[in-house]
Ligand binder design. Structure first.
Ligand code: PLP
Length: 235
């Protein structure tokens, strides 16, 4: 081998840009964990990321994630499930996910709790909070519990023997002000943490708004396209 293949070099360059954006946003703040969102990209890219020092990857569709995980199960990675979860996928997700960011209703908490017990795997669960304002329009199908229901759902997660309440997750509204939305999410995170002191995770921020999330104290950012490229270019 004479050097990295072109794709590894490309990912490495993008990773350096994102790491410097994070560092610049983190003046006087601890750096968040960088979760690289690998949805729509192949297992080979996951392997490249692990080689570049990435320890956390995110996926949003079970079928794709389960297959990809199977191809790179030898790598020391933490797998984050960040997409809307259907009850009939809980058993599959419980076999590979370390953290599930998208718990947003009691039925899905109990389904994942049963699945984690069956798989004998402890899974960290986050309450996904809906940050949209106004009526859900097209594209408003992103899930999440209303802010005032977050503590009750966190209580249900904490009560599951094989689940651990890790904190909260949110996605900024399309076309809205991410700083304002993330400030609301941080307030919900504080309410959850007041009841569950171990629930320290605030999962917020993507390629376009990671700085706004870090400003309100994000502990985990979920970055896809800024590192792996545009998903719409994949044909
Ligand atoms: C796809 C996705 C991301 C990453 O989005 P980018 O804009 O590509 O960084 C983050 N969080 C969730 C929930 C996602 O579905």
């Amino acid at each position: 081998m004479t050097g990295p293949d072109p794709r590894t070099a490309e990912i490495s360059a993008h990773l350096a840009e994102v790491r410097s954006r994070i560092a610049r946003a983190c003046v006087d703040r601890p750096e968040p964990t960088l979760i690289v969102v690998t949805k729509n990209f192949p297992a080979d890219d996951v392997r490249r990321l692990a080689g570049l020092g990435i320890g956390d990857v995110g996926e949003n569709r079970d079928q794709e994630a389960a297959a990809k995980h199977g191809l790179v199960a030898d790598l020391p990675l933490r797998w984050h499930f960040i997409g809307q979860l259907q009850r009939n996928k809980a058993a599959s997700v419980a076999r590979y996910a370390d953290v599930v960011h998208s718990l947003d209703r009691p039925q899905i908490v109990s389904a994942l709790g049963r699945a984690a017990a069956a798989a004998q795997r402890r899974i960290v669960g986050l309450v996904q909070v809906n940050l949209d304002t106004g009526p859900a329009g097209p594209g408003g199908e992103r899930g999440g519990v209303a802010a005032d229901g977050a503590v009750a759902l966190a209580d249900l997660i904490a009560a599951e023997e094989w689940l651990e309440i890790g904190g909260v997750m949110g996605v900024a509204p399309l076309g809205g002000d991410p700083a304002e939305a993330f400030a609301r999410l941080a307030a919900v995170a504080a309410r959850v943490r007041a009841v569950h002191p171990g629930a320290r995770i605030l999962s917020a921020g993507m390629s376009d708004d990671l700085e706004a999330a870090i400003t309100v104290g994000a502990t985990h950012v979920r970055v896809g396209s800024a590192i792996l490229g545009s998903r719409t270019d994949l044909g």
